[in-house]
Design a protein around this ligand. Structure first.
Ligand SMILES: [Mg+2]
Length: 239
């Protein structure tokens, strides 16, 4: 029996990673007088990773990491006006209108008629709250959780808080590392809906074969029919 269905937000309900990809392409241009593009790309990622445990996830930490990499790649010769361009890119990202994935609103609305829904997203509180409000989807969710990390322990405490057993929990998301593997480890079920581009960090722990209790769907429009089938199957199993 499904007691609670939870959705990831970034790149599951609305576009996010594409903003980072586009900004990074612009930063490669800004830094091109100092460094060759492929080297810059690697250095940008290398600068971000250790900073996740300092800044957490989100655009502000991304911008600081990009500036740090720019200083290193330019051997401290980066100009103030070039740093300003990086800051402006980050501000544009923070102000970018929320663009829902095709079929996301319809799927959430349809499922909210039959199940309690939860939104669980990680990252910068201020930015996530803005996006949730702008998405127009907030009213469909019974619970909204903004967390710093999506680990097994975090999912366990969120479920305990709402009094839901893992066997009745289904998580839907685009990231194997954050949305699928910890949930499976907890004994719950998960639906992976890949986004067309995944940040290397989020894909890092992806396993070759889909684990038990996890199914992959091509797009979110297929979700309501899949869940209806799942509910029917479990009713048959209970007889
Ligand atoms: Mg996501």
């Amino acid at each position: 029996m499904l007691e609670l269905i939870a959705f990831d937000a970034d790149d599951t309900l609305w576009h996010s990673e594409i903003l980072y990809v586009n900004s990074q392409e612009r930063i490669l241009e800004i830094l091109s007088p100092y460094s060759e593009k492929e080297l810059t790309r690697q250095e940008l990622y290398r600068a971000e990773l250790p900073n996740l445990s300092i800044y957490g996830y989100g655009i502000k930490g991304f911008a600081l990491s990009m500036i740090e990499a720019a200083i290193r790649l330019s051997d401290s010769k980066i100009r103030g006006s070039e740093v300003e361009q990086i800051i402006d890119l980050a501000k544009d990202m923070m102000k970018a209108p929320v663009r829902l994935l095709e079929g996301a609103a319809e799927a959430v609305e349809a499922l909210s008629n039959s199940y309690p829904l939860m939104l669980i997203t990680k990252g910068d509180l201020f930015d996530q709250e803005r996006k949730i409000t702008q998405s127009g989807l907030a009213a469909y969710f019974k619970h909204i959780e903004i967390v710093s990390e999506k680990t097994v322990d975090v999912y366990r405490s969120v479920l305990a808080k709402h009094g839901v057993d893992p066997s009745g929990f289904l998580m839907i998301g685009n990231s194997p590392r954050s949305d699928i593997l910890p949930v499976i480890e907890l004994g719950a079920r998960a639906v992976l809906i890949p986004y067309h581009t995944t940040w290397v960090h989020e894909a890092a722990d992806a396993v070759g074969e889909a684990p038990m209790n996890c199914i992959e769907l091509e797009h979110i429009g297929l979700l309501p029919a899949f869940i209806e089938q799942l509910a029917q199957d479990s009713q048959v199993g209970a007889r």
